[in-house]
Ligand binder design. Sequence first.
Ligand SMILES: CC(C)(COP(=O)(O)OP(=O)(O)OC[C@H]1O[C@@H](n2cnc3c(N)ncnc32)[C@H](O)[C@@H]1OP(=O)(O)O)[C@@H](O)C(=O)NCCC(=O)NCCS
Length: 290
Amino acid sequence: MYVIDSTGRPSATDMPVRRLGLGDLRDCLLLAIDRQWLPEEAKWRLLFEVGEVYGIDDPCGGLAGTVVLARYGRDLGAVSMVLVATRYGRMGLGRRLMLHVLDRAGDATVFLSATEYGRGLYQKLGFRAVGEIVTHIGHLRPEPEDFKHDGLRPARDADLAAIRGLDAHASGAPRADLITRLSSIAEQTRVAERGGEVVGFGAAWRNVDNVVVGPVIADSTAMARGLIAGLASELHGPVRLDLGAGEAGLSGWAAARGMPPAFTTTLMTRGGPLPGARARIYAPVMLALG
Ligand SMILES: CC(C)(COP(=O)(O)OP(=O)(O)OC[C@H]1O[C@@H](n2cnc3c(N)ncnc32)[C@H](O)[C@@H]1OP(=O)(O)O)[C@@H](O)C(=O)NCCC(=O)NCCS
């Protein structure tokens, strides 16, 4: 039973948050479209697999809002897909969804990448900005010099343990589940080998209208560039790359090779700094997961 307010809509305070399942995927995509986001089915499917998806039902049908929490062990969590239907905007649902996942996350450090629309809300909830992420999109056209780094090759099944280890070290969190699932949707995975040991890797997975190159974990900009160039040269269609703004060398290179900056988001954290050897993460799996 919902109380109908003066606008003719149910009162927002009566609309409970519930855990969503794959059966709600279509409504998640429709909600994204309502906010002019793309219906990113592959991404939502991965988020349902590795994260907890929560939502608020619109009593008139469909979803009024969503939020996703992906936990990496007890100490770290990524929040994403904070979406409230335009017809329910500025009624407190975004705040309620965020409070719900923060409660679920407990004492863990939580991070997200904020659009300009969400930043004010997250600041009020105790998040602080720790960096900018510049998203480049375009047709990457590598030059021969980009492939010169030694030891670059396609990944083999036997590399998975080393890849998981590199990700765990760089992200400072147990993400074996995510990396294993990613390997099943990735179109390409390449590694950098030195002295018989895998010391870097990059993957590419297909989203709606581009192929996302991420994650890219390397111990130098030259290695990251070689991994990205190798991945992109095997891909069809536009490529997307989310780069930390501190990575000026890589950002300038991507722009010079046909991938100009498309938009910027703000990396925000709550409850402490991000763990791990973050300087090695040149690009995340996706903004939603870090
Ligand atoms: C961002 C979004 C989720 C906010 O949801 P919402 O339900 O409208 O937000 P709320 O009503 O809970 O507002 C929460 C607080 O943020 C403030 N706020 C909301 N939208 C704001 C905006 N665009 N600019 C500044 N402050 C804003 C509200 O004033 C409120 O403050 P208060 O708690 O002190 O009253 C919603 O606008 C949305 O889905 N936007 C498009 C998708 C998007 O960009 N999501 C963020 C991804 S990082």
